[in-house]
Design a protein around this ligand. Structure first.
Ligand SMILES: Cc1ncc(CO)c(N)n1
Length: 226
């Protein structure tokens, strides 16, 4: 299976993240989703935490609207806020409701430190930086799940977590990843020029990308320990 193409900047940042990228996208939790061996309890625990994650993640994308400098950037950020709140969070509500966890309980889930660390890291990148700092911290979440979804959609050996896999492998989410990849490329070119990859600033953005990737690894690990 070929890896989906989410743009030039994403490829460069993923490359610069080194081993952390594989540790994230091929984590034991992910392999357990693929072959169905992940315990249901871990999955539901992860989903509850991820619902809280998505609340703060949506706030971070709303901050991307605030930090936008063009109408086009605003449109891309607004579309992502909507995809998160109106589509992805609905998946969590649906699966948890079917498992007997009502939506009110989901919203009141006590936040685990790994979850808190990740989302506040992303928000902080946006509060104290510009759109580039924020996007560098947001990109691993979006495109990482895009890569995982595409691979598991092609390689899964069990239907146990097919709903979850289908959400991230599907056209909707894959389209969101492509759009975020384009936003990242154009935001970089607008602020740093076409040769952005050789600017000193790019190295600091790659650091943010790598840090967020490491926080994704911790998030999966947290999922394995209900
Ligand atoms: C932790 C985490 N990262 C990324 C995504 C994809 O939006 C998600 N739902 N949860």
């Amino acid at each position: 299976m070929s890896t989906p193409d989410y743009g030039r900047a994403f490829s460069l940042m993923r490359e610069a993240a080194g081993e952390a990228w594989g540790a994230y996208t091929r984590h034991a939790f992910v392999e357990g989703l693929k072959d169905g061996s992940l315990p249901r309890e871990s999955f539901l625990h992860y989903l509850r935490q991820d619902y809280v994650f998505l609340i703060h993640f949506s706030r971070a994308w709303a901050l991307a609207v605030v930090k936008s400098e063009t109408h086009e950037e605003m449109l891309a950020a607004v579309a992502t806020v909507n995809a998160l709140v109106a589509e992805e969070m609905q998946l969590h509500v649906g699966i948890c409701e079917a498992a007997g966890i009502p939506q009110e309980d989901l919203f009141a889930t006590p936040e685990r430190p790994e979850n808190l660390a990740y989302t506040r890291f992303v928000l902080e990148a946006g509060y104290s930086g510009d759109l580039l700092d924020l996007l560098a911290a947001l990109a691993p979440c979006v495109m990482g799940y895009g890569e995982i979804g595409a691979r598991l959609g092609a390689e899964k050996s069990s239907e146990t977590y097919a709903d979850w896999i289908g959400t991230y492998a599907g056209e909707g989410f894959q389209g969101d990843c492509a759009a975020v990849g384009q936003l990242l490329d154009s935001a970089l070119e607008r602020r740093l020029g076409k040769d952005y990859a050789n600017s000193p600033r790019f190295a600091t953005l790659c650091d943010k990308f790598r840090k967020a990737t490491e926080l994704e690894v911790s998030f999966w690990q947290m999922g394995l320990t209900p």
